[in-house]
Design a protein around this ligand. Structure first.
Ligand SMILES: Cc1cc2nc3c(=O)[nH]c(=O)nc-3n(C[C@H](O)[C@H](O)[C@H](O)COP(=O)(O)OP(=O)(O)OC[C@H]3O[C@@H](n4cnc5c(N)ncnc54)[C@H](O)[C@@H]3O)c2cc1C
Length: 453
């Protein structure tokens, strides 16, 4: 019997663990090296992106990997954005038109553990506290540092780097092969805080919503957890008047929250201590000139194309990467050179598109959502979708509830935005909009091509 090929994955995060399932199920001998201790037996450091929004793009790969039924037990549907204004008034803006058009809050460690278990059950092997520090691409030699800080090397002919935004493999490609990388770090950082559960494990705010406190230059958001708590994230400039640098004492933090997020402050009993105990995270977009080295190494997920988190798509996109790589395996077998190259050709335009849309969504979340014209266009978008199903689909819906490639979403989204701008030039209410003109514009500009779910 022919022995199946060995594949080495670096990083047992979300992408690495899901990819391990896909590859192990095909019979490859998969070994995953992870720098952290096994999170199934160790505490995760507080304040590191505890929950995430899972959308359709991420759900499909989980279904294909045969794990969605288990994952579904971890989900809380979020039906829309609950906007909290400066006076504590709240308004729910639905994400979609149909009851099924929701996104889901999920615990990162909960999901990651489940994926690791499933990968092990499929035959993958995980080695923890093994930090990859370098690769000699000529000789297919990977170097690690183990738990005791001892260095050792292994021979690995097929390596897939799923080691996240700060990828060691990507750095080795830069240093040893001169690959060009631009890491666009946002001048805004983030800090995670907690709204604890009320007695009996009840949620202290609407459970099935993503809460947002948009304040122009910055914002607070909160996603629900199964235990009744919310994970709250403050997004704020690093420097300047309203900034992390300015919030340097407990009194300054409390005054800032009192002024900007008074209703949230009442629900954050240990704000000041959490604020100084939890790290301030950085966010950025990674543009890497090349994702693969012949048939030997491929970057995937955040390692190849980290994006800012404002569209809630980094994990969803990384999961889509795993499915597309699996589909490339169907097409090209394990001709890795061809496969890695095809993967990059197919995926790059889409990851560039979502990187751009994620940056745009930061402005939408922290600022535009408060603008009456934006709200009018949102309403109108839903109405046009009702009149032209599958033809006019709001861009947010195309990203979150459909599987259309991101680059196509961006292209159609730009046409639709121009239509919305034209239709709302002098309109104040949806009733003021010339719907006959809307029909004409949609028919002539969206080319009659309908998109499926
Ligand atoms: C604040 C915030 C909120 C977010 N919210 C969302 C959201 O709502 N929805 C969404 O879809 N995405 C979201 N994201 C993005 C999402 O977290 C990432 O896109 C996703 O985790 C990428 O998965 P990955 O496996 O590529 O990388 P990671 O999940 O970062 O996994 C990388 C793994 O590699 C390991 N590793 C790193 N270096 C080495 C090394 N040298 N050797 C061995 N192992 C190594 C790490 O320990 C880790 O386990 C958010 C991100 C942030 C920062």
């Amino acid at each position: 019997m022919q022995t199946k090929k060995q594949i080495t994955l670096i990083g047992a995060g979300l992408a690495g663990s899901l990819l391990a399932i896909f590859l192990a199920r095909r019979g490859f001998q998969v070994t995953v090296y992870e720098r952290q201790p096994d999170m199934r037996h160790h505490e995760i450091p507080a304040g590191r992106s505890i929950n995430l929004a899972l959308a359709q793009r991420g759900i499909r790969p989980l279904k294909e990997a045969g794990v969605f039924e288990q994952v579904s037990r971890l989900l809380i549907p979020m039906r829309g954005r609950m906007l909290h204004d400066e006076h504590g008034h709240t308004t729910l803006t639905p994400y979609g038109r149909r009851p099924t058009e929701v996104i889901h809050s999920i615990s990162r460690p909960g999901l990651n553990r489940l994926l690791m278990d499933a990968a092990e059950a499929a035959g993958a092997r995980f080695l923890f506290q093994q930090r990859c520090i370098d690769m000699d691409f000529e000789n297919s030699k990977l170097t690690f540092s183990d738990q005791a800080g001892e260095q050792y090397s292994i021979k690995a002919r097929t390596v897939i780097a799923t080691d996240g935004g700060g990828s060691a493999l990507r750095q080795a490609m830069v240093q040893r092969l001169g690959v060009k990388v631009v890491e666009d770090i946002l001048p805004h950082g983030y800090k995670e805080l907690t709204i604890p559960a009320a007695t009996g494990g009840r949620h202290r705010m609407e459970r099935e919503a993503l809460h947002i406190w948009p304040r122009g230059g910055y914002m607070l958001i909160a996603l629900p957890n199964l235990d009744g708590s919310f994970t709250v994230t403050l997004f704020l400039p690093m420097e300047g008047d309203a900034s992390f640098a300015a919030l340097d004492t407990p009194a300054a933090v409390l005054a800032f929250f009192e002024k900007n997020f008074a209703d949230a402050l009442k629900l954050l009993p240990v704000l000041a201590s959490e604020f100084f105990a939890h790290p301030t995270g950085l966010m950025g977009t990674v543009h890497c000139q090349r994702w693969h080295v012949k048939g030997g190494v491929l970057l995937l997920g955040d390692a190849a194309h980290a994006i800012v988190p404002f569209h809630g798509q980094g994990m969803n996109c990384a999961f889509e990467d795993c499915l597309i790589l699996d589909q490339c395996l169907d097409k090209h077998g394990d001709d890795w050179e061809r496969l890695f190259s095809e993967f990059e050709i197919q995926r790059r335009p889409d990851t560039e598109a979502i990187a751009e849309m994620a940056l745009e969504n930061y402005v939408e979340m922290r600022d535009s959502v408060r603008d009456p014209r934006f709200q009018l266009q949102k309403k109108l978008g839903f109405l046009l979708e009702e009149h032209h199903p599958g033809l006019f689909v709001p861009r947010y819906s195309m990203v979150m509830f459909h599987h259309l490639p991101y680059s196509e979403v961006r292209r159609r989204g730009a046409i639709q935005q121009a239509i919305l701008d034209r239709l709302t030039l002098s309109a104040v209410r949806v009733e003021d909009v010339d719907l006959k003109l809307a029909d004409e514009l949609i028919a002539s500009q969206l080319g009659g091509v309908r998109i499926g779910a």
